[in-house]
Design a protein around this ligand. Structure first.
Ligand code: DP6
Length: 393
């Protein structure tokens, strides 16, 4: 039995990446267990640019489970949090730290309360997969704190019950979520297809057109699609995914805005002028465009076009307009706002058609690349909770 008289606090901090799906998960066959109607595939994004950091703490002095997200206390009462907590607690194991005088048995974990503090280094719920990184980090950090021995695949099935796309954030690189067949969801897990080094010059540029919370959540959007769309039923049955993916693009674009279409237009114009795809684009249930370039050379050409058509306000600092991997800016030959203003119209803009510029359409760009899976942060100074009080620092 854990010594309740001691005021010890045991803490773990972890960092977990976001992911962007290239074959989308859209629609559930079981809303409670979060079981999808199709397999999906994603790229895990470099956590240096987009990630969730979570500190979890346990102490006999805590009187209830509490959680903070981006410095604000939030309720843990939703089924999704409760289910993940229950699944992790039921797999907890004995833990002992003789030096600190901490001994927790498997049974103790049922009665000990946790504090969870989570922070996203990107806008929450702006369509940047914050629930994916968030639930992946929630499950991964609690599992490590509670000495859970299950492998990442098993943890992915727990994270899936928090938010479907979260299961793919348990791995780095290129990840597939197998929809599975079992009613209990035990085979609906993520697997790594290739690690982040497999395609290490792949560049992903996210055009954040709005950092406001998105108006329709993925959960609601996909429920309405499953209820009302014949195409989605076809997609669920159809193995020729790429063809049926086209249908999905139209469904997801309903959540896009006029700025999103202008970004699509810029890429489409370039691709058709070249006669072959240069850059690809995708959206995750929100207006932010995610642009994909197969190597750094193509990424530099893409960024030149994006900055030409979507320049920052003249008083915006370029350093805060293009964030993440800034070396792409250097490759594009752009070091300051004067260089942006001096960018020539891309060759696909033909002579007498005036080049369109949409200042203010994009809030900022994030340049990133494939990244690694979850890690523990051993350095205690990086913890979000105070080791003395167990409350946010
Ligand atoms: C468009 O995982 O956020 O990003 O399972 O209801 O929490 P819930 O939905 P969520 O949906 C993500 C949808 C998507 C596509 C994808 O990531 O595959």
């Amino acid at each position: 039995m854990a010594d309740q008289s001691k005021r010890w606090i045991l803490m773990t901090t972890a960092q977990t990446p976001t992911n962007i799906a290239v074959i989308k998960y859209w629609g559930k066959r079981d809303e409670n267990l979060i079981l999808p109607i199709n397999d999906s595939i994603s790229v895990t994004l470099d956590p240096e640019h987009l990630c969730t950091t979570t500190t979890v703490a346990v102490s006999p002095s805590f009187d209830r489970d509490r959680m903070w997200l981006n410095k604000k206390e939030i309720s843990l009462s939703s089924d999704r949090y409760q289910r993940c907590l229950r699944e992790i607690r039921s797999r907890a194991n004995d833990f002992e730290d003789e030096k600190k005088g901490i001994k927790i048995t498997k049974k103790d974990w049922e009665n000990l309360h946790v504090h969870i503090d989570s922070y996203n280094n990107f806008p929450t719920a702006a369509g940047l997969a914050s629930s994916a990184a968030g639930f992946a980090c929630f499950v991964f950090s609690l599992a490590r704190l509670m000495n859970v021995k299950e492998d990442l695949g098993k943890l992915s099935a727990i994270a899936r019950q928090g938010s479907g796309s979260a299961c793919r954030s348990l791995y780095g690189g290129f990840v597939k979520w197998n929809m599975g067949k079992n009613d209990d969801g035990s085979d609906s897990v993520a697997v790594q297809l290739a690690d982040e080094k497999h395609w290490d010059d792949l560049v992903i540029i996210i055009a954040v057109v709005s950092s406001r919370q998105k108006e329709t959540s993925s959960t609601t959007g996909m429920r309405e699609t499953v209820e009302t769309s014949k195409l989605i039923q076809h997609r669920a049955k159809d193995n020729r995914r790429l063809v049926s993916e086209l249908h999905l693009i139209f469904l997801i674009l309903i959540l896009a805005r006029v700025q999103s279409f202008r970004i699509i237009g810029c890429v489409e114009k370039w691709n058709s002028a070249e006669g072959s795809p240069q850059a690809a684009y995708t959206f995750d249930a929100g207006p932010n465009a995610v642009l994909i370039a197969r190597n750094r050379k193509v990424a530099a050409l893409l960024l030149q076009r994006l900055l030409f058509h979507f320049p920052p306000h003249p008083d915006t600092d370029l350093d805060s307009y293009v964030i993440g991997d800034k070396s792409i800016l250097k490759d594009a030959g752009v070091k300051d706002i004067n260089d942006v203003e001096a960018l020539p119209p891309p060759p696909e803009i033909k002579g007498n058609i005036p080049a369109q510029k949409y200042t203010g359409d994009v809030s900022y760009f994030i340049c990133t690349r494939p990244g690694r899976g979850p890690v523990l942060l051993g350095d205690e100074s990086l913890a979000l909770l105070s080791p003395e009080t167990g409350l946010p620092k």
